[in-house]
Design a protein around this ligand. Structure first.
Ligand code: ADP
Ligand code: ZN
Length: 496
């Protein structure tokens, strides 16, 4: 496919050549025509460059199939969908919301690894609300012609304004708004500034902007501030159940053999994205066609996984298994230490599906806001934080890098206990940690407290070794356990 701009450029170039050699060719009527042609060509070229802002693809609710995507087409991700229902409501009736003075987010930032379904979710929001979906990629703003990013952004919003309420989806938004851009690249900066201005403009109240990125860490903070992309939703890699749900979605209308066991496929694809799941089914279908088979068999699907794993040069499955084992025991350690210390604190969920930097996490039911904590409670927090690494020590006899944020928490608590709350042998006073004379003493006291906490955590883990292992083994297979499931497991363990 030849880009139209190159053709215009070539015409302009040829005409310039002709003009240059004009004296050697003919004089009189021809140069005049050539001159006019050249001006026309230049004009067209500029016009075309200006028009690039129109490149965004538009899926109009009435005309296109694309906005018929709904939440039903998105498997799993229930929490994420739940968060978005309010926004769908707003898009259905923006005037009602705005008249009420209700605060709705101006924009949403979806972040997560590639292929986790960010684009799909954005489309589903449009589909649920029945509004047009304008989609654009961040890199499209920057490509080809320098200095035009800002005017493209303006054009895009002009177009959107005519269709509002609507959604503007900007994929790879980090191409426009990354910190690096801010420092080195003036153009990136003016594009970003235009985007920020459009986002905050009162004229654009009924345009919802959804940005997607897999690199939230490099985004310019101006983009994610209040009144801009202020609702941040992490789209995680799917856990086993979600993977199963995605598989089920894509085997519909496909001839599947009796022996197909999607559970097994889901189990064997830990770490794969939603797009990978779709790919496995597609690849399985290809294999069936090549083999002239009537149905897709389990063997074909397993082969498809192998290809995928080889193709993507993933970590060896052994490594994945080992890491899952470690993370399961780490998280189960946190969980049990916390439950032993405080039976009233109910866990909400425990998971080994990575989230941001964490390899897994335990979450608890929201407690009432508490402003005062006792020394005992602070110690409990410390012990709970240490539960992960102590569990690794007990079960694998190793130390690993998986605990750095836990240690951050532990250290911060110990420091506050010593310097702010007078909970150490240094006495009942607040101590300025910048005081060079005191630093060593502060350190010694912190170490005493942390050592005490470690000792206690170690004892708890040893005493509960079996139940921790029991939970970890389940967690490794099921990847996520909800609050009730955790309680059931513990009951089961007691009975066994
Ligand atoms: P992203 O924008 O996060 O890179 P996409 O939304 O483009 O990912 O997803 C790629 C493909 O993977 C989608 O077209 C969809 O078919 C499939 N997919 C990913 N996650 C899901 C999911 N939760 N449910 C159904 N399909 C999914
Ligand atoms: Zn941890």
């Amino acid at each position: 496919k030849v880009d139209i701009n190159i053709i215009y450029g070539a015409i302009a170039f040829i005409i310039t050549l002709i003009l240059f050699f004009k004296p050697y060719i003919i004089s009189g009527f021809v140069p005049l025509v050539v001159g006019i042609l050249m001006i026309v060509a230049l004009f067209l070229l500029m016009f075309k460059m200006q028009g690039l802002g129109d490149k965004g693809k538009v899926y109009d609710a009435d005309k296109s199939e694309n906005t018929h995507t709904t939440f039903k087409d998105v498997a799993g991700l229930d929490e994420e969908k739940h968060e978005l229902i309010e926004i769908v409501d707003f898009l259905k009736n923006p005037k009602g919301y705005l008249d009420m003075g209700a605060k709705i987010p101006k924009g949403i930032l979806l972040y997560g690894k590639p292929g986790t379904g960010k684009t799909l979710i954005a489309k589903a929001i449009a589909g649920e609300a029945g509004v047009p979906f304008i989609s654009m990629s961040g890199s499209e703003f920057i490509e080809m012609f320098a200095g035009l990013g800002a005017s493209r952004v303006r054009k895009l919003f002009e177009k959107a304004k005519k269709m509002a309420p609507c959604i503007i989806f900007i994929d790879e938004i980090d191409a426009i708004g990354s910190k690096r851009e801010e420092e080195n690249n003036k153009e990136g900066n003016s594009t970003l500034n235009q985007l920020l201005a459009e986002m905050t403009s009162d004229d654009n109240e009924d345009i919802l902007i959804i940005g997607a990125t897999n690199r939230a860490d490099i985004l310019d903070s101006a983009l994610t501030r209040r009144g801009r992309l202020d609702r941040h939703i992490h789209v995680p890699n799917p856990d086993k159940n979600t993977r199963l749900a995605i598989l089920k979605l894509y085997v519909k209308n496909k001839p599947m053999a009796e022996d197909v066991d999607l559970e097994e496929i889901a189990r064997r694809t830990s770490g794969c994205s939603g797009a990978d799941m779709e790919g496995i089914i597609t690849e399985g279908a290809m294999l069936a066609i090549r083999a002239d088979a009537e149905e897709i068999t389990q063997e074909m699907l397993l082969k498809a996984i192998d290809r995928m794993v080889a193709g993507l040069e993933r970590k060896s499955t052994e490594m994945i298994e080992f890491e899952k084992d470690v993370v399961s025991h780490h998280e189960a350690g946190h969980l049990m230490v916390s439950m032993v210390l405080d039976g009233s604190r109910k866990p909400n969920k425990i998971t080994i599906v990575p989230h941001g930097e964490a390899l897994g996490y335990v979450s608890y039911h929201e407690e009432e806001d508490r402003f005062i904590k006792t020394r005992e409670e602070l110690m409990h927090n410390m012990l709970t934080s240490l539960g992960g690494l102590v569990s690794e020590k007990v079960f694998f006899n190793h130390e690993s890098t998986g605990c750095s944020s836990d240690l951050g928490t532990v250290t911060a608590i110990a420091k506050r206990m010593v310097t702010k709350y007078g909970m150490s042998d240094l006495g009942k006073m607040a101590i300025d940690e910048r005081n060079g004379f005191m630093q060593e003493k502060i350190y010694d006291e912190m170490k005493k407290i942390v050592d005490e906490a470690y000792e206690k955590t170690y004892n708890i883990v040893m005493e509960n070794k079996e139940v921790i292992h029991y939970i970890a083994s389940e967690l490794k297979v099921r990847e996520t356990l909800e609050g009730v499931e955790i309680e059931e497991l513990i009951q089961q363990f007691k009975m066994d």
